[in-house]
Ligand binder design. Structure first.
Ligand code: LMR
Length: 336
């Protein structure tokens, strides 16, 4: 064997034996789990999927985003603790759910008839008040990186809901929120706090009589199939705070973090653009399903509902904090 052939054979053996001698392997991607509780074809579901697509492209594949919809990874009652533990990296809970951590000021978003339209919401979420609220999450080990719309909630039950008197005696499912509890009590209904994933079953079994939610949620969870009546009340707003585990986020390489923040900004802008249409379409799909009578309350009925619900603002002010309430009133031009 010539010296050259011997050298080549030795080199080949070395390459086989040494794990570092081969061509450099691309580093494993950073995995980000984004868990949520709604269907993929809702404003939140579509935003999460858009974020995955943008984040993976904008980081050149250095990040892999796994989206878990429909409470498949964690239910609403479990997801905040999972994020704090670092078992997931991104969530988008409904804003008022952050009150469960002790940040009661987030419940301001649940106040009835506070926001006239999406523009009014964006004056809060896109302004100083919104930024201040998100900054308040740091003590909980979280960072708020964006707000996201769903839409305006309607009421449903198995009887017509025209004026405030029609709610009396109904057991109404709500998400956990002292404001929503006060709202249902103000209508003479009994609030029942239930996890989102349990709501369809409870409505079907009749353990609760009705609920409030945005049409996109009512339709995609098939709640309309077990509710004969839906009233287009638009009495309250449902939106989300996109939150991350702060320790995880802070440790990301700065260029990756910047790319992810840009991806989330684009994804939430997209989500906010489609939210209104998603809800209108869902309402039309509910109408087309033929299971549920959709009722548009008259201006007088809406006024009566508003009169019944406005005392909730004063009742819950101590809990939310007067300064937060006034800042939001100021931003949206609300006169109590
Ligand atoms: C609910 O529990 O009704 C909502 O928070 C669900 C959601 O995340 O839209």
């Amino acid at each position: 064997m010539t010296f050259a052939r011997l050298a080549a054979r030795l080199l080949a053996m070395l390459l086989l034996l040494s794990p570092v001698a081969g061509p450099a392997r691309a580093a494993d991607p950073i995995v980000i789990k984004f868990s949520h509780i709604v269907a993929p074809d809702t404003p939140k579901g579509m935003t999460a999927d858009k974020f995955k697509q943008l984040a993976e492209a904008m980081t050149g594949g250095r990040v892999k985003v796994e989206v878990y919809p429909n409470s498949t990874l964690y239910k609403d009652g479990e997801e905040l603790a999972a994020l704090q533990r670092g078992d997931v990296q991104i969530l988008a809970p409904s804003i008022s759910r952050l009150a469960l951590l002790g940040a009661h000021e987030f419940e301001v978003f649940d106040l009835p008839f506070l926001f006239k339209d999406y523009d009014a919401v964006h004056r809060v979420t896109g302004g100083d008040v919104g930024q201040k609220l998100l900054a308040g999450l740091a003590p909980y080990g979280l960072e708020g990186i964006a707000f996201l719309d769903n839409g305006f909630k309607d009421m449903s039950a198995n009887r017509p809901l025209h004026g405030p008197a029609d709610y009396r005696g109904l057991k109404m499912r709500i998400q956990p929120s002292a404001v929503l509890e006060a709202e249902m009590k103000a209508l003479g209904a009994t609030p029942v706090t239930l996890s989102f994933s349990e709501t369809y079953k409870a409505l079907k079994a009749g353990t609760v009589d009705g609920t409030e939610n945005a049409p996109s949620n009512l339709f995609t969870q098939r709640m309309h199939e077990v509710q004969t009546n839906l009233s287009v009340t638009n009495h309250g707003y449902l939106g989300y705070a996109v939150i991350v585990n702060k320790a995880f986020w802070d440790k990301l390489p700065p260029d990756i973090r910047a790319a992810l923040e840009a991806a989330m900004q684009q994804a939430t802008a997209y989500g906010n653009e489609i939210a209104a249409k998603q809800n209108l379409d869902a309402l039309e799909k509910i109408r087309a399903a033929g299971t549920t009578v959709i009722y548009q309350p008259t201006p007088a009925e809406l006024e009566a509902l508003k009169t019944a619900l406005l005392p909730v603002h004063k009742e819950t002010a101590g809990r939310i904090g007067q300064a937060t309430i006034e800042a939001v009133y100021g931003a949206v031009g609300f006169q109590p």
